[in-house]
Design a protein around this ligand. Structure first.
Ligand code: NAD
Length: 412
């Protein structure tokens, strides 16, 4: 039977534990989440009836700094998924060397079924329920799937009403509400730097390299725009409603304008229609899952025709697919490094908030590039040392750093 998201993350972790020959007590300390919270959220809907939703916050590890991780609104959110994503955040913040631990939150809801007022009420209720265990030096949420700067703005406001002015309690806020320049594009930009480094190490360039991207939300759309501007060819893009294809490269600025007006990339007239399934199997250099988890699995991994998989989404590849990719020589650029640009600029936002400073966009982008490139150096050196995949090397780098902090602070 295929592993669930949490088992998959632990499977990757165990490999790193083996290579580092960690004793059992250290493994237990590293793998076990620090705290798991489930909250019942009852809100009044616009028609006067009551809506009942379930929310989660899992705080995995804070040995290197406050818990940090996004907040997802999706009907499939469950404890296993949030646990897995919280753990991934611990290793991600360590790989990219920002002084945070790992956490994740989510509400089991289809936000498209709620009005703006209902979404605001739900967000405020969630903050009310978890406010005793979060804070600027404790746990700092951020946007993820179906949450955006507006949701973070409500989050900041509700927490500040309860605990006093606290912009640093959440990142990914609107610019007008203590957000950071460059945060919106940060995850996509970090993905661009990561793939550029991996291609560069193989003597290749972004210019002319072909990309297919699943997901055209925050991460996918920014990545597409930045790739297009860098001279890469984005040949296919899809979202929840379908996809589009153009062999000599999509006109991404026009596609982005179309998606802004219609709410989807589907039906873009200057390209051919394409299903989500076909997008994954298209011939291209780099396939980019930038939407959901576990979209690359045992059932389709042998049909993938890309040479690289750039994991812009969290956990898009199952352990079985990962093994198939390794056997087939397909290089996976792992989520815990590839999409770490978001949390890196979240760190810059938090730093600006705590120091009451405003950085320029140039400084944010320059510092982001530095973190991604330095992380690549550490991961590449580890790959060489252990003769392992990029994913295993990234886990080894993350685990080594968290283990050192954990031992220095003292276990038990
Ligand atoms: P988003 O909500 O802005 O966009 C999600 C996109 O995926 C939308 O275009 C949506 O239509 C599409 N989508 C949803 N279900 C789909 C399906 N079944 N098939 C095809 N497309 C589908 O979310 P986002 O913030 O861009 O996050 C995307 C992924 O990146 C998630 O896995 C998230 O955890 C990860 N991530 C996000 C950030 C960030 O800063 N936002 C940081 C790191 C990782």
């Amino acid at each position: 039977m295929a592993m669930n998201a949490y088992q998959t993350t632990n499977h990757y972790l165990e490999r790193a534990f083996e290579l580092l020959a960690l004793p059992e007590r250290v493994r237990t300390a590293l793998i076990t989440p620090s705290r798991e919270i489930r909250v019942e959220l009852i809100i009044e809907l616009d028609d006067g009836s009551l809506g009942h939703y379930i929310g989660y916050r899992v705080q995995h590890d804070d040995s290197r700094g406050p818990f940090k991780g996004g907040l997802r609104y999706h009907p499939d959110v469950d404890l296993d998924e949030v646990r897995s994503l919280a753990s991934l955040m611990t290793w991600k913040t360590a790989v990219v060397d920002v002084p945070f631990g790992g956490a994740k939150g989510g509400i089991q809801v289809d936000p498209k079924q709620l009005s703006r007022r209902e979404l605001e009420r739900l967000t405020r209720r969630f903050v009310e329920q978890i406010s005793p265990v979060i804070g600027p030096n404790t746990d700092i949420p951020a946007p993820d799937m179906n949450t955006n700067p507006q949701v973070m703005g409500w989050f900041f406001d509700e927490y500040s009403r309860r605990c006093g002015f606290s912009p640093a309690v959440v990142t990914g806020k609107p610019l007008e509400l203590h957000g950071s320049l460059g945060r919106d594009a940060a995850t996509g930009r970090g993905c661009l730097f990561a793939v550029r480094e991996v291609l560069g190490a193989a003597g290749k360039k972004l210019e002319g390299t072909t990309f297919a991207i699943q997901g055209f939300g925050n991460v996918g759309s920014w990545l597409a725009r930045l790739l297009h501007a860098a001279g890469a060819r984005v040949v296919a893009v899809s979202d929840l409603r379908g996809g589009v294809f153009k062999g000599d490269g999509l006109d991404i600025p026009s596609l982005a304008a179309h998606a802004r007006t219609t709410g989807s990339v589907a039906d873009f007239v200057y390209a051919e229609p394409l299903s989500n399934k076909d997008l994954l199997q298209i011939e291209c250099d780099v396939l980019v899952p930038a939407a959901l988890g576990h979209v690359l699995h045992e059932g389709n991994a042998r049909d993938i025709r890309a040479k690289y998989v750039l994991e812009a989404a969290n956990g898009p590849t199952t352990a079985e697919a990962d093994q198939i990719f390794n056997d087939r020589g397909i290089v996976c650029i792992p989520d815990i490094w590839a999409n770490s640009g978001g949390v890196t600029v979240s760190y810059f936002e938090w730093t600006q908030n705590t120091q009451k400073l405003k950085w320029s966009e140039e400084l944010v982008n320059e510092m982001l590039e530095k973190h991604i490139v330095q992380a690549h150096r550490a991961v590449a050196a580890c790959m060489e040392e252990y003769k392992c995949s990029l994913r295993t090397a990234a886990f080894v780098v993350g685990v080594r750093r968290v283990k050192e902090a954990t031992e220095l602070r003292g276990i038990g």
